[in-house]
Design a protein around this ligand. Structure first.
Ligand SMILES: Nc1ncnc2c1ncn2[C@@H]1O[C@H](COP(=O)(O)OP(=O)(O)OP(=O)(O)O)[C@@H](O)[C@H]1O
Ligand SMILES: [Mg+2]
Length: 83
């Protein structure tokens, strides 16, 4: 069954997310020490969406924000910033 059509009113077009993280991993290596700070982050944020990033100290908030802010790159996965 199709949705009823209202003259002059159309459904808003789906917009792609402005922030699109897929399977983002970040591995810090210092000599022999290897630390996986992000273990596969999937996040999509829509235009105008209000988002809070919360977690205990050391959970990777700053690491994630550095990737979203293009100050650092993921070790694996993809980040698309379409804003
Ligand atoms: N440049 C770096 N080299 C090695 N390890 C790092 C580096 N930056 C962060 N880490 C490690 O990665 C993990 C996540 O750190 P991050 O700073 O992203 O956490 P956070 O959630 O922002 O913590 P906080 O709430 O204390 O600011 C921590 O274990 C931290 O020690
Ligand atoms: Mg931090």
């Amino acid at each position: 069954m199709t949705a009823p059509q209202v003259p002059g009113v159309s459904a808003p077009l789906p917009t792609p997310p402005v922030v699109d993280l897929r399977g983002v991993r970040k591995i810090y290596e210092q000599g022999e020490m290897v630390f996986e700070a992000l273990k596969g982050v999937d996040v999509q944020i829509a235009q105008g969406e209000m988002v809070a990033l919360m977690g205990p100290s050391g959970s990777g908030k700053t690491t994630l924000m550095q990737i979203i802010g293009l100050l650092d790159r993921p070790s694996a996965g993809s980040y698309t910033d379409s804003d």
